[in-house]
Design a protein around this ligand. Structure first.
Ligand code: FAD
Length: 453
């Protein structure tokens, strides 16, 4: 089986009809398809944040000849179509569960890296003069009940003890600094965090990567991967690329069929987004909205939402376990119903754009960086649990540094990185059933939200 979901999710020659595609200028860089036979020091599969950041740092800091092969246009995957939250996350393990499993020091290290990752994105945007449209300076987690607010206060305290900056905003205060809506019962803020234009960011990162000496090939899907002595040979429709080392990225769009070492390990999950027509700042204020910060409602089946630079309301949430285009329409309709229920003040707006894509979970509920135990010349990074803007950028950089480190040896685990992100997640038993597991998991989350547990 080549892809887990419906074929409509893997049309590499089509761009999503997203607000980002509609509002980004055309790419100002050259990424021609791979033609003929070529070779390089490091071949990278996937031209999203992970692959581009890896190529950027390999070229800029280590002078290595890195080439990226991307099946669609650069940023075709989740990196060009996400919600633009550059915030703390990357794992579905709660901070308490991480402490139980990895200890307080390792958990602190993990969150320090997460905060560094948020800052890294801002630094790259600024130092490379990317018009990435940063907004806000924190992320809000919003409670939907008094008990939910108390639980968030506990979480804020825990995150604070792990080195993050958090704030508590009771309902009346949040009405003034966040937004007014019947569902909100107060919120916590988590710093660092901000919103950005994901497609402008990925295109700017690509342009900078080329300026530093790497080569990008768009519309170059890797169709076959062979071993040729000490070299890997990646074959596309019109060419082949030889390299002694490969970095495999792909996250929710991971080409699992190419390498047995990754097959059955990612759990792709659909996320869908709608955006409204723009609103002036006066209209937003009149409709009770006062913040530039991204936010989510703290539930298992949560919504993530923000107001964009031109005043549009954006809402994202989950879609079904099949990926079929007709079912996606139901998901978009469900998002609109969610808006009417939670933000009655936005129910009458026209919604101009809607799109979807795949995020990536894993059985161990945490992101993974490592090398294939069967072949340590293959590096990988994936499994950002819906929080890849910072985590993927940072992971790409960390893979590049590790790969280029002459003292790294043959260890397949990046022992210098926090334990939480080390190594490969387990393969799902009967991996072809993953969509069914997902179906059951989504139903369980819905039930837990309904029961408030
Ligand atoms: C709708 C949506 C909303 C999201 N919202 C947020 C958010 O607000 N904040 C956040 O932090 N994260 C968010 N995410 C997740 C985030 O976008 C991802 O974690 C991140 O972009 C992953 O980057 P990546 O480079 O690893 O993978 P991707 O950007 O998905 O890139 C993988 C690339 O691999 C390419 N590929 C696949 N097969 C092949 C092949 N055979 N040959 C060559 N190339 C191939 C694909 O074309 C794709 O472009 C969201 C994701 C989605 C889908």
């Amino acid at each position: 089986m080549k892809h887990l979901f419906d074929a409509s999710l893997y049309r590499f020659d089509e761009a999503q009809p997203s607000y980002w595609e509609a509002s980004a200028p055309p790419a100002e860089f050259d990424a021609p398809p791979l033609e003929g036979d070529a070779s390089c020091d490091v071949a990278i599969v996937g031209g999203g944040y992970t692959g581009l950041a890896a190529a950027y740092f390999l070229a800029r800091d280590f002078g290595l000849d890195a080439r990226v092969l991307e099946a669609g246009h650069i940023g075709w995957g989740a990196s060009g179509r996400n919600g633009g939250f550059c915030c703390i996350g990357g794992t579905k393990l709660s901070p308490a569960a991480q402490i139980r499993r990895f200890g307080r020091d390792e958990t602190r290290r993990y969150y320090r890296c997460q905060a560094d990752a948020v800052r890294l994105v801002r630094e790259l945007g600024e130092s490379e003069s990317i018009d990435f449209q940063p907004q806000g300076d924190a992320e809000f987690a919003v409670a939907e009940s008094d008990a939910g607010y108390r639980a968030l206060l506990d979480e804020a305290e825990m995150l604070q003890s792990l080195g993050l900056e958090t704030g508590a905003h009771p309902r009346d205060e949040f009405r003034e600094i966040g937004y007014d809506a019947p569902h909100q019962h107060g919120a916590i803020s988590i710093r660092p965090g901000f919103g950005l234009h994901p497609l402008r960011y990925v295109r700017g990162l690509a342009a900078a990567t080329i300026r530093h000496g790497a080569t990008l090939h768009a519309h170059s899907e890797v169709r076959a991967w062979r071993r040729d002595g000490g070299q890997h040979r990646l074959e596309t429709a019109r060419g082949s690329l030889r390299a002694p080392r490969v970095i495999l990225t792909g996250n929710g769009f991971m080409p699992e069929h190419l390498h047995a070492g990754v097959y059955g390990r990612p759990l792709p999950l659909q996320s869908a987004i709608v955006t409204s027509r723009p609103m002036s700042s006066d209209e937003l204020r009149a409709r009770g909205w006062h913040t530039q910060n991204p936010a989510f409602n703290a539930r298992h089946m949560f919504y993530y939402y923000r107001v964009l630079g031109d005043g549009r309301f954006m809402l994202g949430g989950r879609a079904d376990h099949t990926g079929r285009a007709d079912r996606a329409e139901l998901a978009f309709a469900e998002l609109r119903r969610g808006i009417a229920r939670l933000w009655p003040q936005f129910a009458d707006l026209d919604y101009t754009h809607r799109w979807r894509g795949l995020v990536c979970f894993a059985a161990n509920l945490r992101p993974s960086i490592g090398r294939m135990p069967e072949d340590p010349s293959v590096y990988f990074a994936f499994g950002y649990h819906g929080n890849g803007v910072n985590t993927a950028t940072w992971s790409g950089r960390e893979v590049a540094r590790w790969l280029a480190d002459p003292a790294a040896g043959d260890d397949v685990l990046p022992r210098h990185l926090p334990a939480i992100i080390r190594g490969r997640p387990p393969r799902f038993p009967l991996a072809f059933l993953r969509r069914q597991y997902l179906r059951a998991g989504l139903a369980a989350w819905r039930l837990r939200d309904w029961l408030h547990i």
